[in-house]
Design a protein around this ligand. Structure first.
Ligand SMILES: [Zn+2]
Length: 371
């Protein structure tokens, strides 16, 4: 029996605003092992890299609050807004405190990368007043970072498409008790870590895209980003710097030979990032998404670079063992993966809406218990 309430999600991407709705199939199954009736409807099975029509989208403007209104206008033509039990947004950050968004509230601080967002926004407040104005009541509202929504959507698809694993106790760690790190490599670079059913945040949301990077040669020098003047991952391999320093966009880079200096350099920097995620979070799996990853050989090159960095073997004849040295990363095909689908962001919003929806209508606290 499907849950009566609708779940809703709005994902604010760089170019598009993507929204979707769904119902949960069985409320008895707790987050994050639940099933939504939309599975696998947010996945375009014939061409997985293309969006699915179920994820509605329109071009983003530089006025996010107007875009929010447009998304709700469109949504209200398909479902009754009164029936929404929980709605989750996902957007650029950083959020001003680590709890906001995950529980209640969600204010984005000044200085975000994108025009329209850079002066700071109380996104939670904006969603709340839209609902008050439209229907006179307010569903449960949550505001995630964009990479957080992606990691949830990827995690959900991974679990659902591997449901046979659930029968296998040895694979229990894959069923919500694992640690998934996600890196989005696109216009901006960001990341999120979803650990044993909870997001990793501190006093604010994480900003993994701004990890410092070092260089080996001068093929692609580390560069500063929009937000600060010292070289970081986003400044170096975000698409704006690849356009400026090499005059190429992601589709052109994807056609280069793997020996090309630029592709080699990008692989090296992503390998560094994977190494840093490994020493900070010791994840079960690291997922890499975004258009920078569109090069067909890049995933394998990143896997090799990571192994060379983690085994101190870049300029050595002989490889020593990895550091850190733990089992999950021995098989790099399993440890470092390309993330799958373009609409995992909005799917992740729906997952979080499910998590935060309380059947009694009370404000839900984080329901996932650490296991
Ligand atoms: Zn930076």
């Amino acid at each position: 029996m499907a849950l009566d309430h609708d779940l809703a999600g709005i994902f604010f991407a760089d170019d598009y605003v993507i929204w979707g709705t769904a119902k949960a199939l069985d409320r008895a199954v707790g987050f994050p092992d639940m099933a939504l009736e939309c599975f696998p409807d947010f996945v375009n099975l014939t061409s997985p890299r293309e969006p699915h029509s179920r994820a509605r989208r329109f071009e983003a403007s530089s006025a996010p609050l107007a875009d929010l209104g447009t998304a709700l206008d469109q949504m209200s033509k398909e479902i009754d807004l009164q029936n929404i039990g929980a709605i989750t947004t996902a957007s650029i950050g950083p959020f001003e405190d680590g709890k906001s968004g995950l529980v209640e509230g969600g204010r984005i601080i000044k200085g975000a990368r994108r025009e329209g967002w850079d002066q700071g926004i109380d996104l939670y407040g904006a969603v709340k007043s839209e609902f008050e104005r439209r229907i006179g009541s307010v569903p449960t509202i949550r505001c995630l970072g964009d990479t957080e929504a992606h990691v949830l959507g990827e995690h959900y698809l991974f679990r659902r498409s591997n449901s046979a694993l659930a029968q296998n106790k040895r694979n229990a760690k894959q069923m919500g008790r694992d640690t998934v790190a996600y890196l989005m490599l696109d216009e901006g670079v960001g990341g999120a870590v979803f650990q044993r059913g909870l997001f990793v945040r501190g006093e604010a949301s994480l900003e993994l895209g701004h990890m410092p990077v070092y260089h080996r040669d001068n093929r692609l020098k580390p560069a500063p980003c929009f937000s600060h003047k010292y070289s970081c991952l986003e400044g170096t391999i975000g698409l704006p710097n690849l356009r400026t320093s090499w005059g190429m966009d992601s589709d052109e880079i994807a056609k280069l030979e793997y020996e090309h200096d630029l592709v080699q350099s990008i692989a090296f920097y992503i390998g560094q990032a994977v190494f840093q995620l490994s020493v900070f979070y010791a994840p079960t799996v690291i997922l890499l998404g975004g258009r920078v990853m569109d090069h067909p050989d890049l995933l394998e090159m990143v896997q090799v670079c990571y192994e060379l960095i983690a085994s101190n073997s870049f300029d050595e004849e002989e490889r020593v063992s990895l550091f850190p040295n733990y089992a999950a990363q021995y098989d790099t095909d399993e440890y470092i993966k390309r993330s799958t689908m373009p609409d995992t962001g909005v799917l992740g919003c729906l997952c979080w809406s499910y998590n935060c929806l309380d059947p009694e209508g009370k404000v839900a606290q984080l329901s996932a218990k650490r296991k």
